[in-house]
Design a protein around this ligand. Structure first.
Ligand SMILES: [Zn+2]
Ligand SMILES: [Zn+2]
Length: 240
């Protein structure tokens, strides 16, 4: 009864078209779901970007760079449809879209993430001024949702975004990494408050572009003795 009233008052909106989802109980319209590009093989063994040639192990980005994180997974290709969906999720308060995202992540990668057996999930942080402005960190919402399903803890503030970074789009790869390298610092208090020694961390973010954000986070963790870093993101670009 209560659920029926809630559904009437707050009907579920489709994360693709924004319309009310029919039938009730679904989280996305059926035709809209078909438009999303789930990532399949062949994919990069490091970052999971789709690659053209299954003879290659890695995408051109991972081939060129010596990233320090272990490896990770993404669910969808970052195309114009997901770009719009994630942008509404992040900047237009469509926090409810997370329910669909989380369900799909757990459906597609729940087993894989369970096998990785991370000690904790850690969201990629945003700067505190952005947090104040927006009221939430989209990566944190995802981390909590996934962690709840996998029955794992989250340390939301293990990493802190130290300074405002320049918009990454205008920068070369090298500049991006430099720009980001000092941007993330480890929160010593959050680390010492955690009752066990952290060995394995799963970073959570919305989008993986070149990998420099995950790499910068990984470096901050590795510097503090955390050895294995994996990641999960909603979307990733293509490796060709
Ligand atoms: Zn729709
Ligand atoms: Zn790759």
């Amino acid at each position: 009864m209560l659920q029926a009233i809630l559904d009437m008052l707050y009907p579920v909106r489709c994360p693709v078209c924004g319309d009310i989802v029919i039938p009730r109980g679904s989280k996305i319209c059926c035709p809209c779901e078909k438009k999303l590009q789930l990532i399949a093989e062949p994919r990069c063994k490091k970052c999971s970007k789709p690659i053209e040639n299954d003879q290659n192990e890695y995408c051109s980005d991972c081939e060129r760079k010596d990233y320090h994180f272990d490896h990770g997974y993404s669910l969808w290709v970052y195309d114009s449809i997901m770009k719009k969906s994630i942008s509404d999720f992040k900047y237009r308060y469509k926090k409810e879209y997370a329910r669909y995202y989380i369900e799909k992540i757990v459906e597609g990668y729940g087993d894989t993430l369970n096998r990785l057996a991370p000690d904790v999930l850690v969201p990629v942080p945003i700067h505190k001024s952005k947090y104040r402005e927006r009221g939430y960190n989209q990566a944190e919402i995802l981390a909590y949702g996934i962690a709840k399903e996998l029955n794992l803890p989250v340390i939301p503030d293990l990493l802190i975004r130290n300074k405002k970074t320049l918009p990454q789009k205008q920068l070369s790869d090298k500049e991006r990494l430099k720009n980001l390298q000092e941007a993330f610092i480890l929160n010593d208090k959050a680390l010492s408050d955690y009752p066990k020694k952290l060995k394995r961390v799963l970073l959570v973010d919305d989008i993986y572009t070149t990998g420099s954000t995950i790499e910068a986070c990984a470096n901050a963790l590795i510097k503090n003795g955390i050895k294995e870093i994996y990641f999960i993101t909603l979307c990733i670009g293509k490796g060709f």
